[in-house]
Write a protein that binds this ligand. Sequence first.
Ligand code: F6R
Length: 617
Amino acid sequence: MCGIVGAVSSRNITPILIEGLKRLEYRGYDSCGVAVHQDGALRRARSTSRVAELQTQAAEDGIASGTGIAHTRWATHGVPAVRNAHPHFSPGPNAAEGAAGRVALVHNGIIENHDELRAELQARGYVFHSQTDTEVICHLVDQLYNGDLLEAVQQAVQRLKGAYAIAVFHRDEPQRVVGAREGSPLVLGVGEGERFLASDAMALAGVTDQIVYLEEGDVVDLQLGKHWISHAQAGRFTAVEREVKTVHAHSGAAELGPYRHYMQKEIFEQPKAIADTLDAVETIGPELFGAGAAARFKDIDSVLILACGTSYYSGSTAKYWLESIAKIPTSVEIASEYRYRDSVPNPRQLVVTISQSGETADTLAALKHARSLGMQHTLTICNVGTSAMVRECALNYITRAGAEIGVASTKAFTTQLVGLFLLTLTLAKVRGHLSEAQEADHLKALRHLPVAVQAVLALEPQVVAWSEAFARKENALFLGRGLHYPIALEGALKLKEISYIHAEAYPAGELKHGPLALVTAEMPVVTVAPNDALLEKLKSNLQEVRARGGELFVFADADSHIESGEGLHVIRMPEHYGALSPILHVVPLQLLAYHTACARGTDVDKPRNLAKSVTVE
Ligand code: F6R
């Protein structure tokens, strides 16, 4: 999703801005741009191609300066086109066609009152050249500018409704960039005699590791070798101190190695990601989740899980564990729904957010909403230790999946499940539902997981054979029961997001209540069939499909006695894995989606319309 980089330095920062954009590239974007203050004027290059193309364009145009901003855009308002790409310029009101810019601005987020502001600015003579909400902010800053960029930005942000992180500079102040954030992340990088801005510290890897995480409502003034942060209270800005942290942000530029795509690499990294996530776990206890966890876990009477997409499905799986093993009532809500609905708050509920990125706007907003309702016991299972989610939650468990580059989440999902299983065992222990012997058995099973996942990965050639047939289909149905129903949902999501095949998942028992009507010879039905208490029920559901001519593709545990036959294809999973079985069963579904997408020739790591890290609502 959109990325921001900005800098004020005495050296040429164009390479730093471009390199920063490259580090954010994997998140998905459809256009990009860079603007600098050069020879007393604003200069820019914009492209609907890749950042590498922008780099060539900027070099050819001789764009070089110590002050500048850059952006990768993921379209929300207005199609992907050069005129909509950031940075936007404002040449001032009643400017002639092609007039030079006075203000340059980049923006992440969505401005909700842009229509109202646009009408106001048009009445003042501002001409709009893009369809974006961003151009509104740019003209607004210009309109409010009276010789001091900081003041203009402080006034402008008070007029904005919605979410934003912005970086802006003015023609008349050559060594100054001002940034502001509300609802979208923005960090300040502190270098020797230079200052930087970025939407993620990762963009500044190799430039500076001295990072200030700006808070909601902060406005930051960057000048050569100094900065000043202000924060609005009751409409007045006052100076605030924010801690400078040493952050060893990874570069995000992981090597592909022998793999064709990052998604494939990340699927195969799962044994290591799981082992790393478990590395520090010696025994089960609240201390795994941070200081103060013991007191909070004693106080809680239920769990509320908030997340989006794949992370929501890991939460949905955990509900089964939490209720059956820890015996604690658990609800799971899609964050974008929860944040806007009337719910009954319970201060004794543990609010668990799950997020790979830790920056998902809806999940962050849902967390804040829960807190505003008086729910203060908050915990996140998150893959990025420096993210907003971790900073906002009282407790955390950091998964160690490493950078996930492919847009479709894979290793983040399985490591989230590991974190959630540890939470389940901890709450079970605190609540007296876990004997020493049970704890030892579960820990043993967890530690054996990397080996078990490795054995599942060895099934890849069999899955490749199936993917040829899938690539020719336009629809697919996924079935699971109980603990494996969320795994069926995750399998369907993976298939649809990267292969663009329409896929739906149902709990198998629901088939005859409607979806059976869809079953024909043209509808592949993928079934997750572990050898658990529901296996016999599931077998009956499979008969229902076969009786209607549906073609079944079943991932069955070795001992589930489902044999291949006409219209029934079976891949045998190496072993039955009890409560942790979802972590194994999701792996072949990831592989199926991946190889089907490859067979269809889609852009696997950057599927159309999707972005990694959804920082807008
Ligand atoms: C799907 C996928 C998304 C994310 C969702 C939440 O493969 O990656 O559905 O799971 O956007 O993102 P995080 O986990 O970063 O909050």
